[in-house]
Design a protein around this ligand. Structure first.
Ligand SMILES: Nc1ncnc2c1ncn2[C@@H]1O[C@H](COP(=O)(O)OP(=O)(O)OP(=O)(O)O)[C@@H](O)[C@H]1O
Length: 695
């Protein structure tokens, strides 16, 4: 811990941020671990594509209030973004595939953990890494990079962006490893192709527009790289210090924007963290591992003319365009593998050269809005980001430096700084180390020679131009004359051509009209013939119909007559029926009374008959009783006789037998007569009873 403290407190500033140690420094031993070595080899051979992440912000409260239509849909699992476009009333969907996609509901933590945290780990392994935020103004570049401000109590906000989270992760890991390290940060702004230091003390110019102050220069480091001369590097020991620096720098950027009355962010900002970590080899030699993280918040990518840049700001727009356009051109050149990559055309691409096609690991976070009103810019961002996916970098771990080499570097740096301080104190210019001075002088000389050569060429070219100008003038006169004639002839020709065109047109129209009319006439004749045929048929049908109608009228007349006759008949029949009914009614009434009378009489008759018959019956019953008695006595007498004669001769038996049969026959006849009489009575009684019952 002691040595760690010392390392940090020592404030040793090994190199300026742009002078990150280079792998081609052959004097330094490579002590990379096996893993990273193999992955580095792999990266070296094949190259690694720039990672492109797409983030779509949610609709703002205002957009939601006015129900802004959404035209973007994100599928995070399939890593797809779909834009719905309406071209000439046709709906066209365009789908883009990215390395990672974060939809409107994605949180800062999620984006950091999935996209930024692995990059931070690589920085700690010794890689240089760059994260760009690219997109239209207001789509969330700054939100993604910086996020919400720290809470008043210093608490970490939930919407903290990639920078504060990366810083926290770096400190957490280094503290957990109990590593000896030092960390320094720079924060610069590129505006109007000029660099401003966002960490500079107040007296340093805030605005590059302030011509009285000398802008910060971007210098070649003589090894193909660049460094920013005079850029403040702040040594930081805690995450809190970085937050303060970030807040200070962002506030400075915002104030500048407000003073310039800007609607959108037109500057690019680059926040760089450089970490030096001390490691010991098994032999006990102290090595320094270095990693660097650049976090770049680019200016709004929208069309400058649309964002309101006019006249006075033309330069600003042009310059910003220049940086973004050059960035686009660099990307195109890298993707198309064209020989010349125009890094030198803008400061942005000069500063980030190593991140585009170099040894740095690069990630681009493209931010878009889901709103229909931003569709054009969104599609442009999607195309741009999609194209950038094809850039291949060849990331390499920075070579570890021996402490002694580092010390040497530091001593020369201290010496340079001392000379600079001296020069500043003496106010006799600035200090430049001898080798750089010689290099710059040689460059200057070469440039002067080049200018001289160019001036000579320019002189001869000017001469040529004057000759050509004279020739051009005389040709111009000739041409004017000829042009005049040509013009007149052309006019006449034009008129004649017009007249001819008119005539041809009229002729064509007349021909067409004649054809049309002929066609109409033939059609009319055909229809006339057809009509005459129809007329004949109709006439015959009409005649038939007329005769049918007259028949119908005769039938109707006959029918009317019959109906009249029928009516009279019905009336007669009705009156006759009424009379007949009356008579019938009377007859029925008389018959009913008569029948009643007859019934009464019959009843009386029946009563007298019944009483007579009951007397007769009584008499008959008496007679029968008597007859019975007689018969019984006869039988008994016969029995007696039979008994008397039983033992006598059988000769008398026949007499007796005949006597018996005679008696039996008599008796039988008497019984038959009685039975007949009884039957007669019963029938008579039955008839009378039935008549009575019916009445
Ligand atoms: N993913 C998101 N979730 C919630 N709010 C967001 C998100 N992205 C952006 N915003 C909000 O949208 C607004 C604009 O975002 P921001 O300022 O980051 O845009 P920008 O792209 O940086 O714009 P400029 O180019 O002008 O700097 C801010 O109020 C921010 O809080």
């Amino acid at each position: 811990m002691e040595s760690s403290q010392h390392q940090r407190r020592g404030g040793s500033v090994p190199r300026s941020p742009s002078q990150t140690p280079r792998s081609n420094d052959k004097s330094v031993r490579d002590l990379r671990s096996g893993d990273s070595n193999s992955s580095s080899k792999h990266d070296k051979d094949k190259g690694v594509n720039v990672q492109v992440i797409l983030r779509c912000r949610p609709l703002s409260a205002d957009e939601m209030r006015i129900h802004t239509p959404v035209v973007i849909s994100c599928n995070e699992n399939r890593r797809e973004v779909c834009a719905v476009q309406n071209i000439a009333n046709k709906q066209i969907d365009r789908t883009f595939l990215f390395d990672k996609v974060f939809g409107p509901s994605s949180q800062q933590k999620e984006l950091f953990e999935l996209a930024v945290s692995p990059i931070v780990n690589e920085v700690l392994q010794g890689y240089n890494c760059t994260i760009f935020a690219y997109g239209q103004t207001g789509t969330g570049k700054t939100y993604t990079m910086e996020g919400g401000a720290r809470k008043k109590n210093g608490e970490f906000p939930s919407d903290a962006g990639a920078i504060p989270r990366a810083v926290k992760q770096i400190f957490d890991i280094l503290e957990a490893q109990n590593a000896e390290y030092n960390m320094k940060v720079t924060f610069l702004e590129l505006y109007n192709e000029e660099i401003a230091d966002l960490l500079a003390p107040e007296e340093t110019p805030k605005f590059i527009d302030d011509k009285s102050k000398k802008p910060i220069a971007l210098m070649e480091d003589g090894k193909g790289g660049v460094f920013v001369r005079g850029l403040e590097e702040e040594l930081v020991t805690t995450a809190n210090e970085i937050y303060k620096i970030l807040e200070k720098g962002s506030a400075k950027r915002r104030t500048a924007e407000t003073l310039l009355n800007k609607q959108s962010s037109r500057s690019h900002s680059i926040f760089s963290i450089t970490i030096h970590i001390k490691e010991c080899t098994p032999e006990g030699e102290e090595m320094i591992k270095c990693g660097k993280l650049n976090l770049v918040d680019l200016a709004g990518s929208e069309n400058i003319s649309r964002s309101g840049a006019r006249e006075g700001r033309a330069r600003e727009a042009g310059e910003i365009n220049k940086s973004l356009l050059t960035l686009g051109r660099v990307i195109n050149a890298l993707v198309e593998h064209s020989g010349h990559v125009p890094y030198r055309d803008s400061k942005l691409t000069r500063l980030l050269r190593d991140s585009l096609g170099g040894k740095t690991k690069t990630c681009i976070i493209a931010t878009i809005s889901p709103s229909i009103h931003c569709l054009e810019e969104t599609l442009s961002t999607l195309d741009y980001a999609h194209r950038a996916k094809n850039i291949r970098n060849k990331p390499e771990i920075n070579q570890k430096m021996m402490k002694s080499a580092l010390m040497k570097d530091l001593y020369s740096e201290i010496d340079r700084l001392r000379q600079e301080v001296y020069a500043a104190r003496e106010k006799n210019g600035i200090y430049i180390p001898r080798d750089r001075y010689l290099l710059e002088e040689a460059e200057k000389k070469a440039m002067a020679e080049k200018i001289e050569r160019m001036e000579l060429v320019s002189e001869s070219k000017e001469k040529q131009i004057t000759e050509l100008q004279e020739l051009y003038n005389s040709q111009q006169l000739l041409t004017a004359d000829l042009s005049d004639k040509l013009e007149k002839t052309e006019k006449k020709l034009g008129q004649t051509e017009n007249a001819l065109f008119d005539l041809e047109d009229k002729h064509r129209q007349a021909n067409a009209t004649i054809k049309e009319k002929e066609f109409l006439i033939s059609n009319l004749l055909k229809s006339e013939k057809a009509l005459v045929g129809h007329a004949f048929e109709l006439r015959a049908e009409l005649e038939n119909a007329a005769s049918d109608v007259s028949d119908l009228f005769a039938k109707i007349e006959r029918k009317d007559k019959i109906e009249d006759g029928n009516k009279a008949l019905i009336q007669r029949f009705q009156s006759q029926l009424t009379q007949q009914l009356e008579i019938l009614h009377k007859t029925v009434a008389a018959s009913v009374t008569q029948q009643e009378q007859q019934l009464k009489d019959m009843e009386e008759d029946m009563q007298s008959f019944v009483s007579t018959k009951s007397e007769a019956t009584e008499e008959l019953r008496g007679r029968l009783g008597k007859l019975k008695d007689t018969y019984g006595s006869g039988i008994r007498a016969l029995d007696n006789i039979a008994l008397k004669l039983d033992g006598n001769s059988k000769s008398t038996f026949g007499d007796l037998n005949s006597e018996v049969s005679k008696h039996s026959r008599d008796l039988e006849d008497l019984l038959k007569e009685l039975l007949l009489k009884l039957m007669l009575y019963l029938m008579t009684f039955k008839v009378v009873f039935t008549i009575k019952k019916r009445s």
